[in-house]
Design a protein around this ligand. Sequence first.
Ligand SMILES: Cc1ncc(COP(=O)(O)O)c(C=O)c1O
Length: 388
Amino acid sequence: MKLFDVYPLQDITIDKARGAWVWDTAGRKYLDMYGGHAVISIGHTHPHYVKRVTAQLKKIGFYSNSVHMPIQEELAEKLGKVSGKPDFQLFLCNSGAEANENAFKLASFATDRKKVVAFTGAFHGRTSLAVAATDNAKIVAPVNETDHIIRLPFNDTEALKQCFSKQGKEIAAVITEGIQGVGGIQVATDKFLQQIRKLCDTHGAVFIADSVQCGYGRSGRFFSHDFSGVRADIYSVAKGMGNGFPVAGILVAPHLKPWHGMLGTTFGGNPLACAAALAVLEVLENENLMENATAISKYLTDELSQFSGIREIRGQGLMIGLDMPAEMGSLRQELLSKQGVFTGEAKPNVIRLLPSLALTRQEAGVFLKKFGAAYQTIHKSILTQTGG
Ligand SMILES: Cc1ncc(COP(=O)(O)O)c(C=O)c1O
């Protein structure tokens, strides 16, 4: 059997990783400023993480959700503490899309309504209603098309007010990322998030904070939505939660009440996933990684702002977008193939930096040096082409 060919691939095979570094099968070392797509939160193969997951595997890897699982309770307790949401309830699942699907379902059950407000530039996953809420017609299959989604312009408080004044009684939920990732590192304004909170309160709708990419400490706060001082009703989490182990969840405000059969999952919250998620939170706390993300972010953005060719630097913490002019479109490939640096991208010309939150100042310095070299190469080739 062949693999279903769904991704354009770099001709690289990674088979070893440590901290912010990965190695290919030929032994070449790369700096991972991409974090395997914002997934690596505490660093690759962190010793505490490896130890905790290995110990759990030796004890028991899986049992179904039909029995008590103290490790789930331990995770809920720890996550409540580290995230600053000790009064919330935790439902565990396996991926970001699944977390958002459960958030929609819960909001719809709670309000007995069908409409979900989602925004331009949003990405919420590839399944059912999550993909319908995602602003990319190309990945919405006919079977996913629905009139349950109301699409509004991102960061537009007036459009939001108008929509609620017309359709407030039909709206089950509003979903937004605190920082749009796939949408090109666009930060939601405080005013926008506060307006969502206000309108949801007035009209009895549920505020879903998609924190799959911007959450789990990446922004320097546990949830990037925290910067605006708002408290959402549901936070969806995944990616950094397991540092590579597939684990996700929704944090649910106390006023949303569960009933048996409302939500469910086979694999969600299995002991191995919980061990991985606990290891992440322990390291996040013990190594002060949110503070580190803030400090390294400042160093990176201060230094990067010296490059006059970068049109705009956006983001918070270690979720940074470098908006490049179209003629510098090959910079990302130059970084990878010549400088050995993985970065992410967003269309049309944004380089996304999503490294481990444990990135050191020295490693950030290595990145800046390599970035400078790649930038100079591209800059020179533009000058040559234009005869400048
Ligand atoms: C903001 C956001 N929400 C949801 C998802 C979907 O997560 P998953 O790929 O784990 O289903 C992603 C994935 O990139 C994301 O960035």
